[in-house]
Design a protein around this ligand. Structure first.
Ligand code: BES
Ligand code: ZN
Ligand code: ZN
Length: 500
């Protein structure tokens, strides 16, 4: 898809979308629109209030079809994306391959507001093209914006042109990566073995210019990533350990903040011998949502050439049932050298993450360490499907992450990691146990387990995204991927230098 700019209303295509918010510009914008199209402003104002998602179609004398799209009261970035995504999705059968989006505004509008809206609009349009039906044999029709000659023309005052161009390009770049991440998370586990995740990363790295190293079983054994191997022991498919590294062209690495991201890559979680009930087990194909967020962030950061030195690590395996599977009460070793008593084999995410974190610290010494994982049912019970649980030992880092999430509409809320909770993880026989054995404070317990492997790193944050990675949406009948984390982390990385 191509993006072009137009500075005059008569240069815009026949299918035109005009986003309108219920803000102080509502009157002025509708007045302008009415005069441009020879309409009665009062009639227009009567029928269209600009509520979030509201839609009014106008056919003007020049044969243009104009969609007035409501953004609601003082819309943030997320509301703009939502309105456009929903519109693009619902109207896909009736859209053309060339659409215009006209941003009417007055001179008092801040550039950042306009560019945010442009980015959100383009992102939303592209996200609305996403189709979940990848494995259906009767080929669905393509969204018009997927056509090779598809164009979005941004109608905007000339003064904003350079910002508008950049914002639109960024909106598209991020949305493209997000839909690739949707595909990964929505894929069933037989279509995304650990090996295939490695291939995905490899292709992404080659396409967008970052380094990817995929370690296979032999190397994993040799290195001694014992916790990953333990989780994999009941599995037919071997594990992989994926290491990604991005640096922007032409800037010395020493001048950049070094940020390490670790993502849980469990391609299917049966629970292992501590097997899960079958009712909702199919959702456990999404247990690599943390890995997906790390993949998406590396890919998007490389596309946008963000000024940061980014390292991504994804330990990947499924968690299966087998005679060779690890058993409750087994004591396993780990890459860190610390021993772990397995109380519950369904607490597998923290095991593979502990190896990921230990490897990250030993080999890359990141200044900031962030892990993401669909880690506990407890996080879902605490925040439902609307917010991730955030844990951090650093207020500056935590606040930057929370604020970034707030700006892009990916909610997170901080929970404590007081040391009293560590008592629950004491083991009689090993250095630590992977579960307290009591179904309370589950998300905090998991965070405390991870903390044990962070070697007192001064800037560590952990996102439990179990509730937010895979959700009910208006775009699918069943739960589906949200891409949670990619937007938040990219937004965070843009101002990562302010973290102390
Ligand atoms: N993958 C699950 C967590 C999960 C639950 C993700 C619901 C998405 C939705 C994780 O591996 C798990 O099974 N956690 C257990 C840990 C417990 C046995 C200590 C849990 O939270 O019940
Ligand atoms: Zn589990
Ligand atoms: Zn899991």
């Amino acid at each position: 898809m191509k993006i072009t700019l137009a500075h005059k209303p008569d240069k815009l295509p026949e299918t035109l979308i005009v986003p309108i918010a219920q803000d102080e510009q509502y009157d002025e914008v509708l007045q302008l629109l009415a005069s441009q199209n020879k309409l009665q402003p009062d009639a227009l104002k009567n029928d269209f209030k600009g509520e979030q998602g509201e839609l009014q179609i106008i056919y003007n004398a020049d044969g243009q079809r104009i969609f007035l799209l409501g953004l609601g009261r003082t819309p943030g970035f997320a509301e703009v994306v939502k309105a456009f995504r929903s519109f693009s999705f619902k109207w896909r059968k009736k859209l053309s391959t060339h659409i215009g989006i006209s941003f009417l505004h007055n001179n008092s509008t801040a550039t950042t507001d306009i560019t945010r809206r442009i980015e959100g609009a383009v992102s939303g349009c592209w996200l609305g093209t996403y189709q979940i039906a990848r494995f259906k044999t009767d080929q669905k029709e393509e969204h018009p914006l997927h056509a090779p000659d598809a164009i979005i023309t941004i109608g905007i005052d000339k003064a904003y042109a350079p910002f508008a161009r950049k914002a639109a390009a960024q909106g598209l770049a991020l949305a493209e990566t997000q839909t690739r991440i949707f595909d990964l998370v929505n894929a069933p586990s037989n279509k995304k073995t650990p090996e295939m995740l490695g291939q995905w990363a490899d292709t992404s790295g080659q396409t967008y210019g970052y380094k990817v190293q995929v370690l296979h079983k032999d190397a994993i054994v040799k290195l001694g990533l014992h916790a990953l191997l333990a989780v994999n022991s009941g599995s037919e498919d071997p594990p992989v350990f994926i290491i990604m590294e991005y640096k922007p062209d032409g800037i010395a690495a020493e001048k950049l903040k070094r940020v390490g991201l670790v993502g849980k890559g469990v391609t299917f979680d049966t629970g292992g011998l501590s097997i899960k009930p079958s009712t909702n087990m199919h959702f456990m194909k999404s247990d690599m949502g943390g890995a997906a967020a790390v993949f998406g962030t590396l890919e998007a950061a490389a596309k946008l050439q963000l000024p940061v030195h980014l390292i991504g690590i994804v330990p990947a395996t499924d968690n299966s049932v087998d005679a060779k599977a690890v058993k409750p009460s087994d004591v396993i070793n780990s890459y860190s050298g610390k021993t772990i008593e397995i109380i519950d084999t369904d607490a597998e995410g923290r095991l593979i993450l502990s190896d990921g974190i230990a490897y990250m610290l030993r080999h890359f010494q990141p200044e900031i360490l962030i892990d993401l994982a669909t880690l506990t049912g407890s996080a879902v019970r605490t925040f439902g499907y609307h917010a991730a649980a955030l844990f951090s030992n650093n207020d500056s880092l935590a606040n930057s992450l929370l604020e970034a999430g707030h700006r892009v509409g990916e909610r997170a809320w901080r929970l404590p990691i007081w040391d009293i909770y560590k008592e629950d993880l004491k083991s009689d026989v090993a250095d630590i146990r992977n579960y307290s054995g009591r179904p309370i404070a589950g998300a905090i317990g998991a965070a405390k387990f991870l903390e044990f492997f962070t070697e007192n790193h001064p800037r560590w944050a952990h996102f439990d995204i179990a509730g937010v990675a895979f959700n009910d949406t208006e775009f699918s009948g069943q739960k589906s991927a949200t891409g949670y984390g990619v937007r938040l982390l990219i937004e965070f990385l843009k101002s990562v230098d302010t973290v102390y």
